[in-house]
Design a protein. Structure first.
Length: 313
């Protein structure tokens, strides 16, 4: 068969396949649209809303490994931000810091970008950790009441799932919504141990983890869970009272540590504003060595003071 004939056959097969494929795509699209129109009355208000390009990127990032891990951290800090919006906020902070460092400290490119990047990462992590700790403290303040309520429900003959539902219904935020999320997962068929394990990973509260582990161990060992929860409630109250007393006694040391860390930064910025270019010798080789040594010594002193003053019951 001549070469021209082979080429005509190939072109015909390719054109026929393209036409059939296009027809199949159009038919499938029409069927999906018809199915969506029939299912639309069953959609929630959120599902009916037309998703923008930003929403689709948010969904893709949220389902990735990094996005899901970041999302859990944001939920643990009681933030309703999506991972993409949190990263957008970090980008804004990075841009603002770059401009401020260029104006206040006269840092040139690329030093302002490098310093701004590390400052943004450090400050965002510290703020997120601080918010997680504050949220955990709010939950801890309600744990004695939670323990007593769970013990009362169990003594009344309720199951652990019904007891969690009661806590979710009766208590206010933040413990109420937290136990409500656990109740919803239990309704979906997730085991109690799996729900508790997921909640333990989300929150850094040792008291909350102690409550969950007490319930799991007593369920497996078959002991008196109501009595154990009553003892736990009293223990948590005693620990909270002692931690408050220790915090009051060590408040001065903590403020001294913060002041010692902030004063050099404020002085450098002030001198640089008054004397333009005052900070630039620090970015020479001897200046960078001196800066690293000072930073190490200040970090050691700050951590030493924090270690002495950070006493927990």
């Amino acid at each position: 068969m001549p070469f021209e004939t082979w080429m005509l056959v190939v072109v015909f097969v390719f054109a026929f396949s393209a036409v059939m494929g296009g027809a199949e795509i159009i038919s499938t699209r029409r069927n999906l649209n018809a199915l969506n129109r029939r299912m639309r009355p069953l959609y929630t208000a959120e599902a009916r809303r037309k998703k923008s390009v930003l929403d689709r990127y948010e969904a893709k990032l949220a389902h990735s490994d990094y996005g899901s891990e970041l999302g859990e951290k944001l939920k643990g800090a009681n933030l309703t931000l999506s991972p993409l919006r949190w990263m957008a906020i970090q980008a804004g902070i990075f841009t603002a810091l770059s401009v401020l460092l260029g104006v206040l400290l006269s840092l040139k490119f690329p030093f302002n970008l490098i310093v701004s990047f590390y400052l943004t990462v450090f400050l965002s992590r510290k703020w997120l950790k601080s918010r997680r700790n504050k949220f955990a403290q709010l939950v801890n303040s309600q744990l004695p009441e939670v323990s007593r309520m769970l013990a009362s429900c169990l003594r009344a003959g309720m199951s652990i799932q019904q007891s969690i539902e009661t806590v979710a219904r009766e208590l206010k935020a933040p413990a109420g919504p937290l136990f409500n999320a656990m109740s919803q997962q239990l309704h979906l068929g997730t085991s109690v141990e799996a729900v508790f394990e997921k909640m333990s990973e989300r929150f850094s509260s040792k008291d909350f983890q102690l409550l969950l582990k007490t319930i799991i161990i007593q369920r497996k060992a078959g002991g008196n869970l109501g009595q154990a929860l009553d003892h736990l409630a009293k223990t948590l109250e005693d620990r909270a009272r002692m931690n408050q007393e220790l915090s009051n006694q060590t408040a001065e040391s903590r403020y001294i540590a913060i002041t010692l860390a902030v004063i050099p930064i404020v002085l450098i910025i002030g001198f640089n504003v008054v004397f333009d270019g005052f900070i630039m010798p620090l970015f020479t080789i001897p200046g960078l060595i001196l800066l690293v040594v000072v930073a190490i010594l200040m970090t050691i002193g700050f951590l030493a003071i924090r270690k002495v003053s950070n006493i927990k019951a």
